[in-house]
Ligand binder design. Structure first.
Ligand code: HEM
Length: 126
C-alpha cells in the first residue's frame, strides 16, 4: 500500500467548546468579532490589570474588549496591534497546531506539542 501523507499534523477545530477549555490566566483564549485569540502572554503585562481579562478567558469577549469592561473609551490601536499578534483563527475554523507556525507559551500549547497524534485525537473527542 502506498501512503502519500505518512505524517498528519495535529489539528483542532476552534469550536466554542474547544475555546471554553482555555479559560484560565495561564491558558487564555478569547473570541473577539468571531476571531479567536490566545492572549495568555499579554495578561501579566496588561495595563488594565490581569483581573479585567481573566474573567473573559474561554469566552466571547467582543463587548468587554471594545468597552474596556464597560468604560466609554475603546482600546487604542496599540492594543489592537498586540491583539493581532495573538490571532489563532476564526471561530469554527480547523487549525493545525504546528509548533513552528503557532507561538505560545501557554501550558496547553506545550502539552499539544508533546503529545502524539493519537493522544490529540483522544483529547478533541471529549
Ligand atoms: C477582554 C477583556 C479586556 C478588558 C475588560 C480590558 C480592560 C482594560 C482596561 C480597564 C484598561 C485600562 C484603561 C485605562 O484606564 O487606561 C485597558 C488598557 C489596555 N488594554 Fe485591555 N482589556 C481587555 C483585553 C485586552 C487585550 C486582549 C489586550 C491586548 C492583547 C489589551 C491591551 C490593552 C492595552 C495595550 C491597554 C493600554 C491602553 C490602550 O492601549 O487602550 N486589553 N484594558
Amino acid at each position: 500500500m502506498r501512503w502519500l501523507a505518512p505524517k498528519i499534523l495535529p489539528s483542532i477545530v476552534l469550536s466554542l467548546e474547544e475555546i471554553s477549555k482555555h479559560s484560565t490566566k495561564n491558558d487564555c483564549w478569547l473570541i473577539i468579532n468571531n476571531k479567536v485569540y490566545d492572549v495568555t502572554n499579554d495578561i501579566s503585562t496588561h495595563p488594565g490589570g490581569e483581573s479585567t481579562i481573566v474573567p473573559n478567558c474561554g469566552k466571547e469577549a467582543t463587548s468587554a474588549f471594545n468597552t474596556k469592561g464597560g468604560q466609554e473609551n475603546p482600546h487604542t490601536s496599540s492594543a489592537n496591534e498586540l491583539l493581532g499578534k495573538d490571532y489563532i483563527g476564526d471561530v469554527g475554523q480547523k487549525i493545525v497546531r504546528n509548533p513552528v507556525t503557532i507561538q505560545s507559551n501557554s501550558t496547553s500549547q506545550r502539552e499539544i506539542e508533546d503529545e502524539t497524534e493519537d493522544e490529540i485525537e483522544d483529547e478533541t473527542d471529549d
